[in-house]
Design a protein around this ligand. Structure first.
Ligand SMILES: [Zn+2]
Length: 471
């Protein structure tokens, strides 16, 4: 018999999803057990098949053309084929008319037969209900996120408030004139112009300040309407401009309003302006992140950081192959590092080189699996809640002990204080020496000579991680 395999993975997370590769493997195993010859494998990936999905399923739509009398259609489970009763009925009728069998979840159905029509119909109903539940869950989560990211407080410079008839704040909309001022200022500050010079220019062009230029009754200008460095600094450092929601002085997530500058630009500003403020207040220059750590991409020498009249740059002390501006290189390397740290699980970090740690990870997985089994047994009524509580306490103690053992490994300790979802926040709180240590421990950085033109040129900064991190 000729078998057509259909696999599908949807974008919505259904909990026990299998990848298309796994689905295909299992379907092929079914075919082999039954002695069916796999004629074709059709795959729709990352596409929701519920009736709310607006996308087509190209592979699914070709089934009509592909299925021949005497074939068997193999799917991993009923919901892999369709999550819509109408689609089920179409498929059922097609299979029945063509004389095609349908196999899923280890059973094969003949759709001309009453009992099989009932059984598959019931599965289709259940699949549709599951799709509805997933959809509701996703909508609820989206709504909650949206609530959390809604604008609040004073309307920032660059935006205007949009309110409904009742006067409630609905959203912040970009004010084009002010957004242009911001982008212009940011460009000039990032290219090295001083805040004072930018302020003078804004005033000379008569650009109103956030407070607005007020005119006295006599038509005379109010001096309070002039720009000054600290207002401007505060203004362009506001994460709100990058579309970030700030709570109690900290970025807590994405806002629902459109950003005026990119997130990357925001962090470049933070790096540049906080660096500058240290310079003026302390008089001592903090060491650069990568001096003595990054290597020359041409000759392999360790780069030194030097200072010209205007700014610091990394330079190859041996043959002068490379000279790259610190304020462009550092924020880039930091952003790559932070992104990496955000994805690292401290407990399973770099266990590859450490057999003890590998055992501990294995042990941890087993303990957690046992805990799940007991919880399942209790849920099925095979165990009293009381007994579960005792077992749980015992297992949790063991789990905590293994977790502690894993987190105490020197290699994990290197990242314990920075890794995880809050990496960005932790990183910002580190002293420069600790930052340098983290970079040194985690990455090899090679810097090539910059090609012409301004900007970061990420392709000329080669980063190799020292550890393979489990994600
Ligand atoms: Zn060199």
């Amino acid at each position: 018999m000729r078998a057509i395999i259909y696999t599908r993975v949807s974008a919505d997370q259904a909990g026990n999803q299998r990848s298309v590769t796994e689905q295909e493997k299992e379907c092929r195993a079914v075919c082999e057990r039954n002695g069916w010859k796999v004629a074709q494998v059709l795959t729709d990936n990352d596409i929701g098949a519920s009736r709310h999905s607006r996308k087509d399923r190209p592979a699914y739509n070709t089934l009509d053309a592909v299925l021949n009398p005497g074939d068997v259609l193999v799917t991993w489970e009923a919901s892999r084929a369709q999550r819509d009763l109408r689609a089920y009925v179409d498929l059922r009728d097609l299979c029945a008319k063509r004389g095609v069998l349908w196999s899923y979840s280890g059973r094969t159905y003949d759709l001309t037969e009453g009992g099989d029509r009932f059984g598959t119909g019931l599965d289709a109903l259940l699949a549709e209900r599951e799709a509805e539940q997933i959809r509701e869950r996703v909508l609820r989560a989206m709504k909650a996120n949206k609530e959390a990211g809604r604008p609040h407080g004073r309307t920032p410079y660059g935006y205007k408030a949009e309110r409904n008839d009742a006067g409630d704040l609905q959203s912040w909309v970009i004010r084009q004139d002010q957004a242009d001022v911001i982008r212009g200022v940011v460009d000039r500050v990032l290219s090295g112009e001083s805040m004072r010079s930018v302020c003078r220019d804004l005033d000379s062009r008569g650009v109103p300040t956030p407070g607005g230029r007020q005119e006295k009754p006599g038509g005379e200008e109010d001096r309070r309407g002039l720009w000054n460095s600290s207002t401007l600094r505060r203004l362009i450092l506001n994460p709100t401009l990058a579309g970030k929601r700030v709570h109690a002085g900290k970025v807590v997530g994405d806002g629902t309003w459109a950003p005026i500058i990119s997130e990357g630009t925001h962090y470049r500003l933070v790096a540049l302006l906080t660096d500058e403020s240290r310079l003026t207040h302390r008089g001592t220059r903090p060491a650069s992140l990568l001096s003595g750590i990054a290597l020359c991409g041409v000759c392999g020498a360790r780069l030194a950081s030097k200072r010209s009249r205007r700014e610091s740059y990394y330079s190859c002390p041996v043959r002068h192959c490379v000279a790259r501006t610190v304020r462009l290189v550092d924020p880039y390397v930091e952003s790559v590092l932070i992104q990496w740290l955000e994805g690292v699980d401290v407990l399973t970090f770099a266990v590859e080189d450490d057999p003890d740690a590998q055992n501990a990870v294995q042990e941890l997985a087993e303990l957690r699996a046992r805990l799940d089994e007991f919880a399942d047994a209790a849920a099925d009524g095979q165990m009293s809640p009381d007994a579960l509580g005792k077992v749980e306490a015992k297992l949790n103690k063991k789990i905590a002990a293994v977790e502690e053992r894993l987190s105490k490994r020197p290699v994990a300790a290197a990242v314990t204080d920075v890794a995880g979802p809050d990496a960005e926040k932790h990183w910002a709180g580190l002293e420069i020496e600790r930052k340098r240590q983290v970079v040194h421990e985690l990455m090899d950085v090679r810097i090539d000579p910059a090609t012409s033109g301004p900007g970061v040129k990420p392709e000329a900064i080669r980063i190799v991680w020292r550890f393979a991190a489990k994600r």
